[in-house]
Design a binder for this molecule. Structure first.
Ligand code: ADE
Length: 415
């Protein structure tokens, strides 16, 4: 059987298979779900178009959905995060159609999204909402066939909440077992991983400016501090700014932080957070990168226009010459954790993708009750994932006694 695909090189499949197996060892919750799916086939005959980072962790999610009886197609949710060996393994070993090539241009990226949509999905699975927005803008004829979609990331959920949706979408990002862990510990660690692989810089003693103190920003700031960096946080939300201050970080506007930082990281989900006025104030040799979903957080257009010249100094590091001042931008402002490293470790993606798999099952069972709006994953599923993860880690917790349950349910007992 030939599997439809557009990938770099099918000969990379053997390497991809070994790396998928390595990731699987740290995805015990997804494994349990896959074993149950294999027996129960809850997704039988359901076509699922997925637009996700093509990584080894995603490959294990694809295997799980297929084990549940789904017909799956995968395209990339970012042109630089695709692991070509993983894509090859998915096509050759797991017979899953994949449309993704590392470094593809914008035109190819959207052609691949259309190729995934060509399967006429009953469920869409997105990371950043490019699949759903393309469907709403250019393929509206497909909408009546869609039962519902799922969305992986904060940026995608923000986009979806701003749309007049043609079908319901489950915001997997908003599960506790997703954002408390993936955004905080996953982005926190993988962002450092990407920065170190690209630069090999020393964090201890460096001044690091983190823009945005959401779950991703606080995860990163805490880990950077743990490695000996002097931390500055910039924020626009007064509550988050107080939180950052009380967590022990120095808070100031970007205009004041610009001359102080050795390294700048944006994780805001917003546009042009670091602008030319900031680049101009930075130290010679400053390193600037983004770990937010889209490459819009740094105003690179203005930097390119202002720079006398630029050169690729080492893989993933582009140096811009601002008349004697050198600014180093990592991986063209694309999300650094997936473009210069491998994204979040499997251990944390295990819970994120358990949410995705169970959300797909939930949609098949409950789509008739859902309206055209954004939903969260039911609390019962979130708690079940946490319980399975604890079990897989060999951890036990206390249970409420009958007396405690009664106390919590009653308003009568006071001082
Ligand atoms: N998002 C962040 N890290 C990821 C990973 N390892 N795989 C898929 N999506 C991700």
């Amino acid at each position: 059987m030939t599997v439809k695909s557009d990938i770099k090189d099918i000969k990379l499949a053997a390497e991809g298979c070994k790396r998928i197996e390595w990731a699987e060892r740290n995805m015990p919750v997804l494994r349990l779900i896959r074993e149950r799916f294999k027996k129960e086939k809850p997704l039988k005959g359901t076509s699922l178009a997925c637009c996700l980072h093509v990584t080894t962790e995603t490959a294990n999610l694809m295997r799980t959905l297929k084990a549940g009886g789904a017909d799956v197609a995968l395209c990339a949710s970012n042109p630089l995060s695709t692991q070509d060996d993983t894509a090859a393994a998915l096509v050759k070993e797991y017979k899953i159609p994949v449309f993704a090539v590392h470094g593809e241009d914008n035109k190819t990226y959207y052609r691949h999204i259309h190729q995934a949509l060509d399967m006429k999905p009953r469920i869409t699975m997105d990371d950043g909402a490019d699949l759903v927005s393309t469907l709403h803008n250019e393929r509206r004829d497909l909408a009546p066939n869609v039962l519902a979609g799922t969305e992986e990331t904060t940026t995608g959920v923000i986009r979806l909440r701003a749309m007049a949706l043609l079908f319901p979408v489950v915001a997997v990002n908003d599960s506790k077992t997703k954002h408390f862990f993936d955004n905080r510990y996953g982005t926190g660690q993988s962002t450092i991983d990407g920065i170190l692989r690209a630069t090999n810089m020393l964090l201890a003693g460096s001044t690091v400016v983190v823009a945005g103190y959401g779950w991703c920003g606080r995860g990163l700031a805490t880990r950077m501090q743990g490695m000996g960096a002097h931390m500055i946080v910039t924020e626009v939300d007064p509550v988050k700014a107080i939180e950052a201050t009380m967590d022990g970080f120095t808070v100031m506007p970007m205009s004041q932080a610009a001359p102080k930082g050795d390294l700048f990281v944006t994780l805001t989900g917003d546009i042009n957070v670091i602008r030319l006025e900031h680049f101009r104030k930075m130290k010679d040799g400053a390193i600037v990168c983004n770990s937010g979903h889209f490459d819009v957080e740094l105003d690179l257009k203005a930097l390119r226009n202002a720079a006398k010249k630029s050169r690729l100094l080492r893989p993933g590091v582009r140096e811009y010459d601002l008349g004697g001042k050198r600014i180093n931008v990592l991986v063209e402002g694309r999300l650094v954790n997936l473009s210069a490293a491998e994204g979040h470790p499997a251990m944390v993606m295990d819970m994120s993708f358990a949410n995705q798999a169970l959300a797909a099952e939930y949609i098949v069972r409950n789509h008739r009750k859902l309206e055209r709006r954004v939903y969260v994953v039911p609390e019962k599923i979130d708690s079940a994932i946490a319980a399975l993860k604890l079990k897989s880690m060999g951890l036990k917790i206390d249970r409420l006694t009958a007396e405690q349950r009664e106390y919590l349910a009653s308003w009568k007992i006071g001082t």
